[in-house]
Design a protein around this ligand. Structure first.
Ligand code: AMP
Length: 538
C-alpha cells in the first residue's frame, strides 16, 4: 500500500504556516512566499509553499528553454524582441505576512527576469504590473504595434491571454491607430506607470498608423498576426490540454506561423519542456526536467480511463464498452525510470518545498524517451468534471467530444472560440450543458446558425462520450445534451470574473466545467440560441 499523504492534511499544514506557525512544522527551510495556483484547471485555488531552493529552479528551467528555442530559431537574444502578453496579479499577504502571489507574478518581480523583459520584450514592465487589465492590454498592444519589425515571437503563457489580446485589438485598433498617428496616448489611460512607459516610446508616426489601419480594416482578421508583425517567426503559447480548444482560432489569426507550446508548468513544480518546439499542437510531448522535483507516476489503469481518453490520439479506434473505476488510491506509484511507453500515468510531485507525493491532477501518456528521460503527452485533468448519474466524464473526455463535434462547424465558416460546461440537474433527469462561443471566419458577426447542424453537433458529442454516458442516455437517466450559444465576448467576461476573484490573467485557463452559480449566470444571461441532441446516441 503506498503512502500518499492526504492532500487535506498537507493543505491544512500549509494553512497553519500561512497563519503564522513556524515553517519547521513541515520543513527545515523557511517558507519565503506562497504561489497561488490558478485553480481553474483542477478546482479550488491552492497555496503552494516556496523556499529559496524552489526559486533557484526558475533560472535553470528558463535557461534550458532558451537553449532549446535557440537551437530551433537561432539566437533570439540579439536586437530582436518578443511580444509576450503578461499580466502580474496583485499580491496578497497571508496572516503571518508572507506574500501569496501567482507564480508568474513572482517571476515578473525577479530582477533577472525584469532585465530580460526590458531588453528583449516589447511590453513595458509598468504595463505588466498595471492592475487594470484593459489599460495594461492597451499599452502592451501599443508598444507591440509601434515596433513591428523587431518582433520575432508573439505569445503569452497560455493561449487564452494571447487570444484575449487579439480580440482586444479587434475592438480597439482604430483608437490605437489614432494614438500612433498623433503620438499621444488616449485620456482613459490614467495609470501613471502605463502612461509614462507609453509616452516614453511614442512619437507621431502617420505612416505606421496607415499601414496598421489598412491591415485591421480588412473584413476578416485572418492572418492578422503575421501581417502586423511581418518578422515574427512563431507564436508561443501553451496549446495542449484544455488549451487545445484554441488551436484553430490561433491558426486563423496566425497567418501560418508555427504554434509553439514549449513548456508544461504548474505552480507545484517546474516540470517539463518541449524539446521539439516545431511539432504541431497535437504531437507535442514534454520532456521531464528530472532534477526540478522528485517525480513519480501513478499508473492509471486502462480500465479507469474512459474510452475517449484512450482514443484521444487515435481517432480511428473502435468504441468498446469499458468500466470506469473512480480512483487509483491503492495503486503503487512508480519512479520515472520505470514508466512504460504508451502507458497513462497520473503525476505525483515531491518538491523541495515539501510537497510530498502531491497529486497535481494531470494525466499524462508516455510517448518516448530523450536519452533515459521520459517524454509525455498531456492527456487532461484526472478529475471527473461532469456527472449526472453513474457517468463520470473527465476533462479529456469532454475535450475529445467537443473536438469531434466542432468539425461540423468548418463548412459553415464558424470557429469555436470558447467552450465550457456544467451538469444541469434542475430538471429530471439532468443533462450536460455546453456553452459555446462562435466566431464567423469572415467578419460577419451576426450568427446565422443552421439548427440541423447544431443539433448534429450535440449528437456528435454524445456519440463521442464514453459507453457509460451513452448507456445512461439509453435508459433515460440523462436527458439530451444541450449546446447554448452565447453572445460574442462572453468568455472574456467569464475570464474577467475569474480574474476579479484572484486568478492571474497570465495563468488563466478557461475552465472546461464551471460550478459557480455566478459564473454560470454570466454565460446564461447572454445565451442567444439553444440546441438539443435530437436522438439517443448509439
Ligand atoms: P496553475 O494551477 O496555475 O499552476 O496551473 C497548472 C496547471 O495548468 C497544470 O496542472 C495543468 O493542468 C495546466 N497546464 C500547465 N501546463 C500545461 C500544458 N503545457 N498543457 C496543458 N495543460 C497545462
Amino acid at each position: 500500500m503506498c503512502l500518499l499523504l492526504p492532500m487535506k492534511i498537507l493543505s491544512l499544514t500549509f494553512d497553519r504556516i500561512a497563519n503564522g506557525e513556524p515553517s519547521n512544522i513541515l520543513l527545515a527551510e523557511s517558507v519565503l512566499e506562497f504561489f497561488g495556483s490558478s485553480g481553474t484547471s483542477g478546482g479550488q485555488p491552492k497555496l503552494i509553499p516556496v523556499t529559496a531552493e524552489t526559486l533557484k529552479l526558475l533560472p535553470i528551467s528558463s535557461a534550458l528553454l532558451t537553449a532549446v528555442m535557440k537551437k530551433h530559431f537561432g539566437n533570439l537574444d540579439q536586437a530582436v524582441k518578443s511580444q509576450e502578453f503578461q499580466f502580474a496579479k496583485e499580491e496578497t499577504e497571508t496572516p503571518c505576512g508572507l506574500k501569496a502571489r501567482a507564480a508568474t507574478t513572482s517571476m515578473y518581480k525577479n530582477n533577472d527576469y525584469r532585465n530580460i523583459i526590458s531588453k528583449h520584450h516589447t511590453s513595458p514592465i509598468e504595463a505588466i504590473f498595471c492592475s487594470d487589465t484593459n489599460q495594461s492590454m492597451y499599452c502592451q498592444l501599443l508598444a507591440d504595434l509601434i515596433q513591428p519589425d523587431e518582433v520575432v515571437m508573439v505569445g503569452s503563457q497560455f493561449a487564452t491571454a494571447l487570444l484575449r489580446a487579439i480580440k482586444f485589438l479587434e475592438g480597439y485598433w482604430k483608437e490605437l491607430c489614432s494614438n500612433i498617428r498623433s503620438g499621444q496616448i488616449s485620456d482613459w489611460i490614467t495609470d501613471s506607470g502605463c502612461k509614462n512607459a507609453a509616452s516614453s516610446i511614442m512619437k507621431p508616426n502617420p505612416q505606421l498608423a496607415d499601414s496598421i489601419h489598412k491591415i485591421c480594416s480588412c473584413e476578416s482578421s485572418e492572418g492578422i498576426i503575421k501581417k502586423l508583425w511581418p518578422n515574427a517567426k512563431f507564436i508561443r503559447a501553451i496549446t495542449t490540454g484544455v488549451m487545445s480548444q484554441y488551436v484553430e482560432t490561433l491558426e486563423f489569426y496566425s497567418g501560418g506561423l508555427p504554434l509553439v507550446s514549449n513548456t508544461y508548468v504548474c505552480s507545484e513544480a517546474f516540470c517539463r519542456i518541449n524539446l521539439e518546439p516545431l511539432s504541431g499542437p497535437s504531437y507535442v510531448s514534454y520532456t521531464f526536467l528530472p532534477t526540478t522535483a522528485y517525480f513519480e507516476c501513478l499508473p492509471v489503469n486502462n480500465n479507469s480511463l474512459s474510452l475517449s481518453q484512450e482514443v484521444q490520439f487515435n481517432y480511428a479506434s473502435q468504441h468498446e464498452p469499458v468500466e470506469k473505476k473512480s480512483n487509483n488510491e491503492n495503486i503503487e506509484p512508480i519512479d520515472l525510470v520505470h514508466v512504460k511507453l504508451g502507458q497513462y500515468y497520473e503525476l505525483l510531485v515531491t518538491s523541495y518545498a515539501r510537497l510530498y507525493r502531491y497529486k497535481v491532477g494531470d494525466v499524462l501518456k508516455v510517448t518516448g524517451f530523450h536519452n533515459n528521460t521520459p517524454q509525455f503527452q498531456f492527456v487532461g485533468s484526472q478529475n471527473v468534471i461532469l456527472s449526472i448519474d453513474t457517468d463520470k466524464t473527465s476533462e479529456a473526455d469532454l475535450l475529445n467530444a467537443v473536438r469531434e463535434a466542432k468539425t461540423l462547424l468548418d463548412p459553415l465558416g464558424f470557429i469555436l472560440t470558447g467552450f465550457t460546461s456544467y451538469a444541469d440537474t434542475c430538471s429530471i433527469p439532468g443533462h450536460y450543458v455546453l456553452f459555446w462561443e462562435l466566431k464567423a471566419k469572415q467578419g460577419n458577426d451576426s450568427i446565422e446558425l443552421d439548427p440541423k447542424i447544431m443539433e448534429e453537433c450535440c449528437y456528435r458529442m454524445e456519440e463521442a462520450l464514453y459507453y457509460i454516458y451513452r448507456s445512461c442516455r439509453k435508459r433515460n437517466a440523462i436527458a439530451a445534451l444541450e449546446i447554448r450559444v452565447v453572445k460574442q465576448g462572453r468568455f472574456d467576461t467569464l475570464m474577467d470574473y475569474y480574474v476579479s476573484r484572484g486568478v492571474s490573467t497570465s495563468q488563466y485557463k478557461t475552465p472546461s466545467c464551471i460550478k459557480s452559480k455566478e459564473a454560470i449566470n454570466i454565460l446564461e444571461s447572454k445565451v442567444i440560441r439553444k440546441f438539443f441532441s435530437p436522438k439517443i446516441p448509439m
